[in-house]
Design a protein around this ligand. Structure first.
Ligand SMILES: Cc1cc2nc3c(=O)[nH]c(=O)nc-3n(C[C@H](O)[C@H](O)[C@H](O)COP(=O)(O)O)c2cc1C
Length: 381
């Protein structure tokens, strides 16, 4: 199997599985506990059918959207994900280059392996900074100030990680940063030498957003410890309200699931929310964002930009979410498997296939632009 044979999400996933040592593959592929929420995220799209209108042909299809003041050439963006250089040595750099080519938004994680400032300097496409809130308020302020100075378009605070999810696949393989593998995990690195050679020879693994504050090099703090010791587990709405004021720009909460919280986000001055369950990686048993979307859009959709992620594998998933009222849709694994499979060429192919699917689906639905999509095109089973 190679990149040319990858025609959809599942193909990229298989190629990623073939290329990556299993602890790393399972870190991407896995989710919390029994992974029920993870499975439901995609299955929930099957509870709704599309009802097309015909004889509305057009040459031009416009799939651009505007979200939190940013023009995106396509309605699907790359959600922020950690540790991309572990998946392929081109990491965030490759993802940013491709997102820029497609004119869409990408997010850089607090646990990103490339500096968000360097990406900002190089690529002009909309960029968001996925932020974790630290106990040290001074540290939060200085991180926000440098992101603001760099010209980051959107501050995206993740609010569903007050503690780490129980990801049992990682417990089995011993995946952690710094890597502490069990014998089976070590064997898997040995039988996938090309990954190891690239990892060692193609630049140093760093966490530039945190390097000034967290010393991972001597194993003095692991990512697990970073979450338990440095992040503020008492984070509340007042803290976030202050943060929104301090940022004084586009501010988005990622991981909102209830109508009540969506209303609070409006009240404290956020300009966007991402309905998300972190791709099923946090609270197993929580509802899927697509199942929850209409409730939230009905409550706050005219006051704030409502985005969603989790479970996106197809163009039709994007079309269904937009028809229900999402302003844009994010995905994680759809581009991460592709990155792992073939670096930036993989990400390019994944985005290109999605773009082609969305365009084809819009033609088949009989719509010329995204604003023509509505709930009248959907029927729940
Ligand atoms: C390997 C991996 C790492 C992730 N890292 C982060 C992160 O650092 N911060 C964050 O807010 N979300 C993170 N996410 C969640 C994504 O931003 C997104 O919510 C999720 O991937 C969407 O689900 P999907 O993978 O089914 O598309 C991560 C997801 C994956 C798969």
């Amino acid at each position: 199997m190679n990149l040319e044979n990858c025609h959809n999400f599942h193909d990229f996933r298989l190629l990623a599985k073939k290329r990556l040592p299993s602890p790393i593959f399972n870190y991407i592929d896995g989710a919390a506990e029994d992974e029920r929420t993870y499975k439901r995220n995609t299955a929930s799209f099957d509870t709704v059918d599309l009802v097309p209108n015909v004889l509305n042909g057009t040459e031009e299809i416009d799939m651009s959207v505007e979200v939190m003041g940013q023009k995106l050439k396509m309605p699907l963006y790359c959600s922020p994900t950690a540790l991309q250089r572990l998946f392929h040595f081109q990491g965030e750099e490759g993802v940013a280059e491709v997102a820029s080519k497609f004119g869409t938004l990408f997010g850089v994680s607090s646990l990103g392996t490339t500096s968000l400032v360097s990406l900002r300097e190089k690529y002009k496409t909309p960029q968001c900074y996925q932020f974790y809130f630290h106990k040290d308020r001074g540290l939060n302020k200085s991180m926000m100030e440098s992101a603001k100075d760099a010209g980051i378009d959107i501050m995206m605070l993740t609010v569903d990680t007050v503690t780490g999810g129980n990801r049992e696949r990682d417990l089995r393989t011993g995946f952690s940063i710094p890597l502490k593998l069990n014998p089976r995990g070590v064997l898997d690195f040995v039988i996938k030498p090309s990954w190891g050679i690239n990892y060692v020879t193609k630049g140093k693994f760093t966490l530039p957003q945190l390097d000034d504050f967290v010393d991972m090099s001597k194993g003095s703090i692991s990512i697990g410890k970073y979450f338990t010791e440095m992040l503020d587990h008492t984070l509340n709405w007042n803290d976030v309200e202050e943060m929104v004021k301090f940022w004084d720009g586009q501010f988005c909460l990622k991981g909102i699931m209830s109508v009540e919280d969506a209303k609070k986000a409006v009240d404290i001055g956020c300009t966007g929310i991402v309905i998300s369950n972190h791709g099923g990686r946090q609270l197993d048993g929580s509802r899927s964002p697509f199942d929850q979307l209409s409730e939230i859009v009905d409550a706050v959709g005219d006051k704030i930009d409502v985005l969603m992620d989790s479970g996106i594998q197809r163009g039709t998933h994007v079309i269904k979410a937009l028809s229900l009222g999402a302003k844009a849709v994010g995905g994680g694994r759809f581009y991460l498997y592709a990155l792992a499979a073939a670096g930036k060429n993989g990400v390019k192919r994944a985005l290109s296939l999605m773009q082609t699917e969305i365009e084809r689906d819009m033609r088949l639905m009989g719509v010329k632009n995204i604003s023509e999509l509505s709930r009248s095109n959907l029927r729940f089973r």
